[in-house]
Design a protein around this ligand. Structure first.
Ligand code: FES
Length: 131
């Protein structure tokens, strides 16, 4: 029981940090890949990636959405940073939802919007390279 309480406390602490100090917020000048996606709720998510030696060396997000969207952006960028492109494309909304345990509630679409934006930013990079 004490273990479960500590686990929940650690999770809430981590969640609060993403909420009050979201990681990787901003816009990038001259990114290797970028995407802007508007969700059905009307919120917009932007994502920018810099790629070095096949890995995501830098990643930033910017949103006009709610706190939940910002938390999802923070977690998604943390999950993606340092990964190679193939691994980053394997990140799914379920990974973000798992990180958030039951916090998302009805806001699962925030995680979906964030991950779609990541995948589009990576596709932008890959497609530019192939031209
Ligand atoms: Fe619109 Fe989160 S409420 S994306």
């Amino acid at each position: 029981m004490a273990g479960k309480f500590k686990e929940k406390k650690d999770y809430l602490k981590q969640l609060l940090e993403h909420l009050t100090k979201p990681r990787n917020v901003g816009r990038m000048t001259d990114p290797d890949g970028a995407a802007i996606v508007k969700g059905q709720c009307g919120d917009t998510m932007e994502m920018y990636v810099a790629i070095k030696d096949g890995k995501i060396s830098e990643i930033l997000f910017y949103t006009d959405g709610c706190g939940v969207t910002a938390v999802c952006g923070s977690i998604t960028t943390e999950l993606a940073k340092g990964r190679n492109i193939k691994d980053a494309l394997r990140i799914s909304p379920a990974d973000v939802i798992d990180e958030l345990h039951d916090f998302l509630g009805a806001n699962v679409h925030c995680a979906i919007l964030t991950v779609i934006t990541l995948h589009k930013a990576l596709a932008d990079y890959l497609l530019k390279r192939e031209l």
